[in-house]
Design a protein around this ligand. Sequence first.
Ligand code: 5AD
Ligand code: SF4
Length: 436
Amino acid sequence: MKKAYIETYGCQMNVNDTEVIFSILEKAGYSRTESMEEAQLLMANTCSIRDNAEQRIWGRLEVFNQQRKSRPGVLVGIVGCMAERLKDQLLDTGKVDLVVGPDAYRSLPRLLEAVTPDSPQMDVLLSREETYADITPVRTDKNGISAFISIMRGCNNVCSYCVVPYTRGAERSRDARSILREARDVYDKGYKEVTLLGQNVDSYLWKSENQTVNFARLLGDVAAIAPDLRVRFATSHPKDISDEVIDTMAAHPNICRHIHLPVQSGSSRMLEKMRRKYNREWYLERVARIRSVMPDCGLTTDVIAGFCSETEEDHRQTLSLMEEVGFDWAFMFAYSDRPGTLANRTMQDDVPAQVKNRRLSEIIELQNRKSLERYRAMIGKQVEVLVEGPSKRNPEQLCGRASNNMMCVFPALDRQKGSLTSVTVVDATSATLICE
Ligand code: 5AD
Ligand code: SF4
C-alpha cells in the first residue's frame, strides 16, 4: 500500500475534512502516515481566511517540492480553501500535481489514476449537495476521546470581509440520520465527547418527507444518545442563535456549557459594514439571555481589528463590549483584505497596518486581563472534567476540559483517561485552571 501524508491548516472543519480525505484515499490504495519522508503523496489541506494563512502554505509548498524533486514518483497536492481560491495559479507553479477543492474530494481516486508528471489534475467544482454524509472519517485524533462531526458545509452569510462563501460554497445541511449514526458509532467505539461542526450551526436545517430537523432538535437528539456522552458545537452566529437552542442546552446536562459566539466588532456601524446582520444591542441581549438561563456558560469570541474605515471610536466600542461581556477567551485578528470579497470590491482597506496592529495589541491586552479575571473567578469552585491525558507541562499531572471549555490540570491519582472526574479549582492562570 502507498502512503499519504497530509498537513492540515485552518479551522476544525479542515481537520475533519482531512479525516474524510484519508477515508477516500483508502479506496485509492493509500494508507495514512505521519512521516513526510515515507509518503508517496504529500498534501496540504489549506486555509485562505487571512493572507498570512496562505503565506505559510507557500512556504510548505517549497518543502514538499524538495521531496518531490529528490524522490521521483512523489506527488504533491494542494486541497481545501486555497485550492478553491487560486486554482490554476497553483498548477502554474509547476510544483503541484493535484489541486482539489473542498467539495471535490470524492474525485481524488480518479484524479490519482490520471495524474502523471506532465499532466497535473484539478477539480475545484463546488456543489450544492455534497456533505460527505456516507463517508466514515478516519479519525486522526490521538486520544480516542473527543470526535468532531461535520453537520453542514459552506456558508450563505456573505460577511463582507470573509472569503469562506467563495471557497466553501453555499450552505447545505447533512442528513440528520447520518449524523446521529456517526455520533452513536463513535460513542460505541469509546469516544466520550462529540463536537458538532459547521460555519453557522444555528442555521442547520434538514428536511425529509416526514420530518424537519433544526439545530436545536439535532442537538437534543445527539445529547439523548447517552447521558455520559458530552456534546459540544461550533460555530454559532449571533444573529441565528435561538432561545430554542439555549433552552435545549439548559435541558441537557451533557451539552457542554460553552458557546463560541464571534462578535467581530463592538461597533454597530462596523457590524453593518461587515454585514453581520445584528448590532451591538442585539449581541448583548443574546449574551444576557444565555447567562440568564445558564449563569455558568463559558463564552468565547472572535474579534477583527481595523476593518475598513474603522475609527478610534469604533475601536473603543469593541474594547467596551469586550469589557462588558467578559469573554473567557478570544481569537483576535488584524483585518486582512481578501481578494474577491465584498469588502475587497467595494470598500477601502484604509486603516494603516500600524494602526491595525496597535488596536489589535490593545484588544489582546484587554482580553488577557479579562481571561485572567474569568479564570480566577473559578477558584474555589468544583468542576467536572473529561480526562484527556497527561498535561503537556507536567506529565505527572493530567489535563482535561471543564464543561465551560476551560482547560484544567490536576493530580493523576488513579484517574483514567476518558473518565469524567470532579476536581476543585485552587489556582488559575489566564488559560488554565489548576485543580486538586
Ligand atoms: N481578516 C481577518 N480576520 C478574518 N476572519 C474572517 N475573515 C477575516 C479577514 N478577512 C476571522 C473572523 C472569523 C474567524 C474565523 O476569522 O473573526 O470569525
Ligand atoms: Fe465567514 Fe460569516 Fe460565514 Fe463565518 S458566518 S464563515 S464569518 S461568512
